[in-house]
Design a protein around this ligand. Structure first.
Ligand SMILES: [Mg+2]
Length: 227
């Protein structure tokens, strides 16, 4: 059970930071914007965790928590104009389709997700702008910043969800100062893409999960406080 995962004691190098081992199961979570309640929870398997990078795998069929409108309507079926104004709750669903590899460099205000088509045909990278991950014994927490960047296999990139980013500000979910920080982070991420820096240059599109890894379960206390 995720709740029983023990952190490995630091080695004394790298500032005594604790790291998970490949195969450990942790929770990758997002708090709701302008709330401190968790509204996205994805049980994942640790691929790599060190001072440079946290890499995790979300396997097909993983039971995940996602936000829905209070009447059960999926968020993306609600028109953008009212999407951020209606009360929400959470719903548990399985992640269908191919798995997702998530890469986060410590302290960076984005994570990079890799998507494949069936048969491991690499589809795209996806830069999710977000608060730098906060580590806690059961996983990592963040807050999504709405704006994203799509990067194709040919390295061509474009902004994604600029409309959601604008609408979230209009709905009072993101103060202007935060929005400016997010835009600045986005510009830095674009610089990394243009320079083809980490993690894009590391060949992760050729990575494959260990077939012996079980699909992690969603714990009943998935929304427990990080601290
Ligand atoms: Mg996003």
């Amino acid at each position: 059970m995720t709740a029983d995962i023990l952190l490995h004691p630091g080695t004394g190098q790298g500032g005594g930071q604790d790291h998970w081992s490949p195969g450990d199961q942790v929770l990758w979570r997002y708090r709701g914007n302008a709330t401190d309640r968790v509204h996205i929870c994805r049980p994942v398997t640790v691929v790599r965790d060190d001072a440079e990078l946290l890499a995790v795998w979300m396997a097909p069929g993983t039971e995940c928590v996602r936000p829905v409108l209070a009447d059960g309507t999926p968020i993306h079926q609600e028109p953008l104009e009212t999407r951020y104004l209606k009360p929400r709750t959470t719903s548990v669903d399985r992640w269908w389709g191919s798995g997702v590899l998530k890469l986060a460099r410590p302290g960076e205000p984005w994570s990079v997700w890799l998507f494949w088509e069936r048969g491991w045909v690499f589809k795209n990278w996806y830069v999710n702008l977000e608060e730098p991950l906060l580590r806690w014994p059961g996983g990592v927490d963040s807050e999504d910043h709405f704006l994203d960047i799509h990067v194709g296999p040919d390295r061509a990139w474009h902004w994604r969800d600029e409309d959601e980013f604008e609408q979230a500000q209009a709905a009072g979910l993101m103060p202007a100062a935060t929005a400016e920080r997010v835009r600045e982070a986005g510009r830095r991420a674009v610089g990394v893409i243009r320079d083809w820096g980490h993690p894009f240059d590391e060949g992760w599109q050729h990575w494959r999960p260990n077939p012996a890894w079980p699909v992690p379960a969603l714990p009943v206390d998935w929304d427990r406080p990080a601290r």
